[in-house]
Design a protein. Sequence first.
Length: 425
Amino acid sequence: MWRSAAAVRALRGGGAGGAGAPRAASGAAAARLRQRLENELEDIRGAGTWKSERVIASRQGPHLRLAGGGGGIINFCANNYLGLSSHPEVIRAAVEALEKFGAGLSSVRFICGTQSIHKDLEEKIARFHQREDAILYASCFDANAGIFEALLTPEDAVLSDELNHASIIDGIRLCKANKYRYKHMDMQDLEAKLQEAQKYRLRLVATDGAFSMDGDIAPLREICQLAQKYDALVFIDECHATGFLGPNGRGTDELLGVMDKVTIINSTLGKALGGAAGGYTTGPKPLIDLLRQRSRPYLFSNSLPPAVVGCASKALDLLMESNAIAQSMAAKTQRFRSKMTAAGFTISGKDHPICPVMLGDARLASVMAEDMLNRGIYVIGFSYPVVPKGKARIRVQISAVHSDEDIDCCVDAFTEVGRKHGALR
Ligand code: PLP
């Protein structure tokens, strides 16, 4: 029987707005919720902490085209440290994995979601970090959410740097261990807390290897010495280190010569290692075996899609073949840091591709970032509550695929904009 389009919409319950139109839930509770959410959103706008998302109309890379705008934007705010996000071999590996292994597993790992490529990648990650074994997660956020609860009990203690990433903080919240927060990179405070925690069965010191807001590197040598003294284990989150810190890009532990003293590493596949997505834990085999049995984000979430596995696997191959890409990024970082310092800016951190241009004032950071974009340089201003009050900054991230001209353009634009706003020393 033929029905009119209006009748079909009515049958589907589409109403006058058409089958695809959004429906507002009715009822007093839904109305109260809507009002509450709108108030909260207004508060965020009022506080000046609203995060808007710019839409990119091209691939991730050093040069972007923004939707609705022109091209020719030089991008300095991705974690694409090694420029592998759009590397032709990485893309080809993803396409091959997609064709051979399909779009996805429609399953968690332990039911029917493990393919040979997942096992191969885990083996490769363990080899890269020189650890016994590795386990994949959908993200490093998940790896951090899943480890502390699986590993620590009320008999244990965890000691965490106060500026650790949100996912470490959340992961620690989920566990029942006794929690200590030590002052950022403050070894005296860590020692005092380790002394307090002597009464527990196990002590785990947890720190970012490199801190993403400041580009500073955890004092891992000192942390490992204290861990040895107080019979503790060390966990590091290497999201901003894997692939490029250290002589062979193994990370902070290699850079600081403590590869045999750090017990557990969590890191991401979503930054230097191809930039697609995914995270992992690597460390002692019994720990990895236990995570496969107990870690909730692993047990109750889909396997990594084959294309994503293909990207990361190829990125690791490229890094294990040569560290030329990492060296090229280090040279560009050095170029940017020294030219900016000479121009009269203060750059926080040392030798890290995260180069925070310290400005202090939140409004200045936001206005300068906007002016930089008008000059074709994409950078982001950060202010309270993301960083402490009075420490607003523009974070610049260097990539191996920036050319020297890109770096110089960025420095020139900063100098011009900084002069305009009186931000130079
Ligand atoms: N840990 C740190 C230090 C990070 O910077 C991030 C990402 O921003 C994560 C964990 C989470 O990584 P992923 O994007 O893989 O979830």
